[in-house]
Design a protein around this ligand. Structure first.
Ligand SMILES: NC(=O)c1ccc[n+]([C@@H]2O[C@H](COP(=O)([O-])OP(=O)(O)OC[C@H]3O[C@@H](n4cnc5c(N)ncnc54)[C@H](OP(=O)(O)O)[C@@H]3O)[C@@H](O)[C@H]2O)c1
Length: 320
């Protein structure tokens, strides 16, 4: 099968589109013909690698996984023994955090992992982007977000930010979105109750106090968010810092007890994908799509994602 393969760490050019062995569905597994996937910041982090300490888990000197791609939408090609929930021809979507592998024509995942049938009303490209929604939902759930909560989301134009804004509204929270002038209209469209242009206004001087603050682009210091958090307010960032400094802040704030820092650990589940399916079908969530590339042009996609300027998600169309 055709796949985007990287056997060494490095710049986007280390990724080579070539031939890889076709995976086969073993017992309890589903073989999926991938139609669409994304290049996202997690793929970039795995390929670089970033943060530095990630090497301890993903390969000290060279990557253990040679095909990246964390989210996908496609069609079931075959199922292994014991699989009853899916059959060939079913349209499915999901996340593959244990094996990655979606930057390829075929991927094999356990039937009981984070996949389910595709939502009605969207195509493969609209269903595939799940990475940002996954991190966003994980943070919102770690906040224990619910109706009436006030949340400040800094950076609402990326994959995580566009998802966090929509999902926070779906949880019933009131959202202040901080973004650049160029993306104010998008934040309003996605349901923000208040928008703040970070190019014109300092969000730390806002006249409101928040239950939760999420730095969805990992660009600001926790000490800035402290100024707008309620005493029992909680902060999370999508970036732990090169040396994991957010983890130290989390420990420190546990001791001081107020305006806590948390770092939720990503854990994908079938329940998460089922919830995303329901949210999409209820019109509460739509993946924002920026650019689309063919698998052959994946290096270009990586280069674009690494500008840090994508709006929402970058799709790879794998099937012609
Ligand atoms: N290491 C990992 O494995 C990993 C994985 C996933 C995510 N992350 C972290 O999560 C962050 C978010 O990921 P993502 O995919 O959602 O991001 P993304 O899509 O790459 O974010 C791009 C958006 O961020 C906005 N932005 C850039 N600089 C900004 C700033 N100073 N303030 C506010 N917005 C800014 C840009 O618009 P404007 O410039 O117009 O504002 C752009 O639309 C990443 O930056 C990364 O730190 C890390």
């Amino acid at each position: 099968m055709k796949a985007a393969i990287n056997t060494v760490y490095g710049a986007p050019e280390v990724v080579v589109v070539g031939e890889a062995p076709n995976p086969e569905a073993g017992e309890g597994e589903v073989l999926i013909r991938v139609h669409a996937t994304t290049v996202n910041r997690t793929d970039c982090g795995m390929r670089t690698p970033y943060p530095l300490f990630a090497r301890a888990f993903i390969g000290l000197f060279k990557p253990k996984l040679h095909i990246l791609g964390l989210d996908f939408a496609g069609v079931v090609e075959a199922v292994g023994a014991g699989v009853t929930a899916f059959k060939p021809g079913d349209k499915v979507f999901g996340l593959s955090p244990n094996v990655y592998g979606a930057h390829a024509e075929y991927i094999c995942v356990p039937a009981n992992s984070s996949i389910t049938h595709m939502p009605n009303g969207v195509d493969f490209a609209e269903a595939a982007p799940l990475e940002g929604a996954w991190y966003a939902d994980m943070s919102l759930q770690a906040f224990n977000i619910g109706p009436g909560h006030k949340i400040l989301i800094y950076g609402t134009s990326g994959a995580i930010g566009t998802a966090a804004l929509q999902l926070a509204k779906a949880y019933g929270a009131s959202v202040t979105a901080v973004t650049s002038s160029a993306h104010l209209a998008l934040a309003e469209q996605l349901g923000a109750d208040r928008v703040v242009d970070y190019e014109q206004e300092d969000f730390t001087a806002l006249d409101e106090a928040y239950d939760f603050a999420l730095d969805a682009v990992g660009k600001q210091s926790y000490f800035r968010f402290r100024k707008v958090l309620k005493p029992k307010g909680i902060f999370a960032s999508t970036d732990l810092g090169s040396w994991g400094e957010v983890m130290w802040l989390a420990l420190w704030s546990k001791i001081t007890g107020n305006r806590r820092v948390i770092f939720p650990m990503p854990k994908a589940s079938k329940a998460l994908i089922e919830t995303m399916k329901a949210r999409i079908e209820a019109g509460q969530y739509r993946a924002v799509i920026d650019r689309r590339y063919r698998l052959d042009d994946i290096v270009e996609a990586y280069r674009y994602v690494e500008t840090g300027q994508k709006v929402g998600n970058v799709i790879i169309d794998v099937a012609p």
